[in-house]
Each structure stands twice: as C-alpha cells, then as structure tokens.
Ligand binder design. Structure first.
Ligand code: ZN
Length: 170
C-alpha cells in the first residue's frame, strides 16, 4: 500500500490541462492502485491524477461509503457524453482543505472512460456519483472548487493556507 502526498492549492499542477493517456493502460496499474490507497486514506470519494502531481487524464472514484453504487471505478481518458438537470451541491476537495463550496452541477450525467484492460465503458450516474464524476473531470481541466468563490474569499483562503504552511514549516 502506498499513500501518495496530495498536492494542495495553490500548487500550479492543479491548474494545468492534463494530457490524454496513450499506449497500454495496463502500465498504469500501480499508479491507479496508489491513487485508490491515497483516496481511501484521506478519506475521499474521488481523486484525480493531478492531485498526486501527474497531469494525466485519469481519475478514480468510489462513493459506496455514502450511497449504493458500483464501488471503485477508474476512468482513463474520461469524456462527458450526456448531462441534464441542475442541482446545487456543497463540495469539498482534498486539494483545497477546510473549504466547502456550493457548486452548480448537472443532476444526471453519462460518462465514458477506458478501464485498465483498455476497454471503453459508459456509466450513467445521479446523486453523489454524478457530482463526483463532474468534480474529478474538472480536475483534469485544471478547474478547482475554489475558482468558483469570490476573489475576496479566495484571497482570504490563500492567506490562511500560507499562514498554516509557515506554521508547519516553523
Ligand atoms: Zn477535488
């Protein structure tokens, strides 16, 4: 089991557009296992590769601790193929500690991805899973929940985080 360090805001790797995975996805098996270990350890219901410092289009999700669902899933090169409805959801993020943000999301989504065997699959989701899929896809496009708050609130948060990391270093 390897728990990887989670990259925190304002690390620039969180703002980058991640690139698609090419070649045999089986080579990602170890990384994906580490991402699951890291997510469960945190604990969280989703984790995207940029959150462990890799700008690749991969994320893992598992909402089964909160609602009935398919359990652990890995999405390589995910694509949102359908979405409908609007819902406001209060979200947190492992890379933006101690902040909750109300985020407008689609209520139902259909997302496609490739699994570790290289097979393309499709998942239809509502509830927390639909939210998690949209949240993780945002990470691959360099979007964070903190981008959705006012500049003033963001600035206050940035100062608070800087104070905390200075305290940890000191
Ligand atoms: Zn997040």
């Amino acid at each position: 089991m390897s728990v990887l360090p989670i990259v925190k805001y304002p690390d620039p790797r969180l703002k980058k557009l991640s690139r698609p995975v090419e070649g045999d996805p089986a080579s990602l098996r170890e990384l994906v296992r580490d991402m699951f270990d890291t997510m469960y350890d945190a604990p969280g219901v989703g984790l995207a590769a940029p959150q462990v410092g890799l700008n690749l289009r991969i994320f893992v999700v598992d909402v089964s601790s909160h609602e009935e669902g398919p359990g652990p899933m890995v999405f390589i090169n995910p694509e949102l193929v359908q979405g409908e409805g609007r819902i406001l959801w209060e979200e947190g993020c492992l890379s933006v500690p101690d902040m909750m943000v109300q985020v407008p999301r689609m209520e139902r989504v259909v997302m496609e991805g490739t699994d570790l065997e290289g097979r393309r699959f499709r998942v239809e989701a509502t509830g927390l899973l639909a939210i998690a899929l949209q949240h993780e896809l945002d990470h691959l496009d360099g979007k964070l929940i903190i981008d959705r708050v006012s500049p003033l609130k963001r600035e206050l948060y940035r100062k608070k985080r800087a104070r905390e990391s200075a305290r940890m270093a000191g």
